[in-house]
Each structure stands twice: as C-alpha cells, then as structure tokens.
Write a protein of this length. Structure first.
Length: 192
C-alpha cells in the first residue's frame, strides 16, 4: 500500500512540475526525489502524530520508534538528494557526450527520460485514481470521490501535455550541478 502511495505521489509530482513552466527543469528530478524520500518521511509523520491520533499504540517504545523513523527519514532524504544529483550529472554531462559519440541528435536521452517518466506517471494516474475515487465513493463522502477523480483527471491532462511538449526537450533539462561538484569533475578530468 505504501508503494502504491509512493507511486501516486511521484506521478502527481511529475504532473504538477511539468505543468508549470518555471518548474519544468525539475520534471525528472522532483519525482525521483519524492519517490525515494516519501515512504520514510510518511512513516515519520505517522509515528510523530500517532499518539495524538491513536492510530497505533506504541506505549513506552514511542521514543525509540520516533528516533528510528527520524534516522530512516534523514537517510532516505539524503539518498534522494544523491539520486537527484546523479540524474543531473547523467543528463547534463554524460548524455551529451554519449549522444555526440554515437552521432545521435541532441537531447535524445532527455526526451527518452521525459517520455518514460511521463508515460509511467500517466499509467499510474489512469489505473489508480479511478479505483481510489470508486473506493471513496463506496465508503466515504461523495465530494471526496469527486475531488479524487478531478485530481486524477488533471494529472492525466498534465502528463499528456508534457508528452506533447517533447519536441522541445531542452525546457526539461535539469538545473546545473552545484558548483562544488562541477569543480570536482573539472579537476578530475584535467590531464595531469
């Protein structure tokens, strides 16, 4: 269940980020960050507010569970940040060199990344949101079901529009790497 919620969060992140021109440079990296950091962060939030909501009864082990979930959340956020930096490195430094070496057109790897991410997000939203809306309709308030259906429909529309913008892939190119990483790479690539 947590994995499905993670997929939905990543798909909605892609849809939201790809919809806003100012955020499009994060269309690849933001869903990766959310996908890797959301499960442990959600667990931390659940454990933090569990005594107040009485979802689970941890008794005297509450502090240990809170510390462990805090540590896991910090590790998952750090891992997600490293994954984002890796994506930026691949798409800004490695992909252009590979495209040039193989004689491929520019931004082909970036187009492939957006195509696969957009298609996966579209499939997640198309498959899961109708089921979520149906489950809410059966067991919960009808307005929440309509809201879930509307969010899913807007997400699908945003993914379709993102896929239609693939002819201009440079708008999705991630932000440059931080200066300290760029300097480290340039130092290592200099001949000695």
């Amino acid at each position: 269940m947590l994995f499905l919620a993670d997929l939905i969060a990543a798909a909605l992140t892609f849809a939201a980020v790809a919809s806003v021109p100012f955020w499009r440079r994060s269309a690849i990296t933001a869903p990766v960050f959310v996908f890797l950091s959301a499960p442990m962060t959600s667990l931390l939030i659940l454990i933090t507010f569990a005594p107040a909501t009485r979802w689970i009864n941890l008794g005297s082990k509450y502090q240990i569970a809170l510390l462990v979930s805090l540590a896991l959340s910090a590790v998952s956020i750090a891992t997600a940040y490293v994954a984002v930096l890796t994506c930026r490195f691949v798409l800004q430094i490695l992909a252009p060199r590979v495209e040039q070496l193989l004689g491929l057109r520019s931004f082909l790897v970036l187009q492939a990344a957006i195509l696969s991410g957009g298609t996966l997000s579209l499939l997640v939203l198309l498959v899961l949101f109708p089921n979520i809306a149906r489950m809410i309709w059966i067991s919960g308030p009808h307005w929440a079901s309509i809201l879930a259906g509307l969010i899913g429909a807007l997400g699908v529309l945003a993914c379709l529009l993102a896929l239609l913008r693939l002819r201009a892939p440079e708008q999705y190119l991630p932000k440059p790497l931080p200066n300290f990483i760029t300097q480290l790479i340039s130092r290592r690539s200099e001949p000695t």
